[in-house]
Design a protein around this ligand. Sequence first.
Ligand SMILES: *C/C=C(C)/C=C/C=C(C)/C=C/C1=C(C)CCCC1(C)C
Length: 238
Amino acid sequence: MNLLLDAFKAIPQDNYVAFTFFVGTMAMMAAAAFFFMEVNNTSKEWRTSVLVSGLITFIAAVHYYYMRGYNLETGESPVFFRYVDWLLTVPLMCVEFYLITKKVGGTSSLMWKLIFFSVIMLVTGYLGETIYRDQSVLWGVLSGLAYFYIVYLVWFGDVAKLAQSASPAVAAANRSLGWFVLVGWAIYPLGYIVGTPGGLFGMQIPLNLNMDIIYNIGDAVNKIGFGLVIYALSRKEA
Ligand SMILES: *C/C=C(C)/C=C/C=C(C)/C=C/C1=C(C)CCCC1(C)C
């Protein structure tokens, strides 16, 4: 607790980047505590799903705590730990799709397909932000292709088909998660565009936006939002 209070005191008032790392840490911690506590009040059928929501936000909380300190001390973007966090949490979001469709025939091979493309999306993004910054547009496009394939699977592909054959509550939850993937996840390429030298196919966005603030907003919206959709589903189908 003391550590957190000290960290808060040390944030200069005009350092919005550090501030969003701080708020992100708190939000993820609170969400993780909430989901973990609710696991035991959840019907057996949905317990694993709510537990995974807790794991996603807990893993993020640990990374945010670290990234917050790193950014405050160095003033730099914690790129490596950002991607470590995503490589753990995004596949877990893919697992959520598997868990909600499992009862109507969702297979682990479909889950691994989602995970595979999410890893491609993230590894190519990481390469574009780090080793191959000069070719950030190319790596961003490759990452975008994997991203769109995930959008396709969730909206029109096997995930959508399975969800539609399930209960109305599962179908509705899949649509909500689909909106998070289509709109919420689209926040990240915006962060990438403002944070890499290639910009948007060579065009720089003339607004004074910060990559980390955009990523931090994206994480709060998506990780907590996903968790709440799953939580709501677990209450509807108790
Ligand atoms: C909790 C973390 C989440 C949901 C992270 C999601 C990240 C993405 C959807 C990132 C996508 C990217 C592109 C589609 C192109 C540019 C590179 C990325 C990795 C930022």
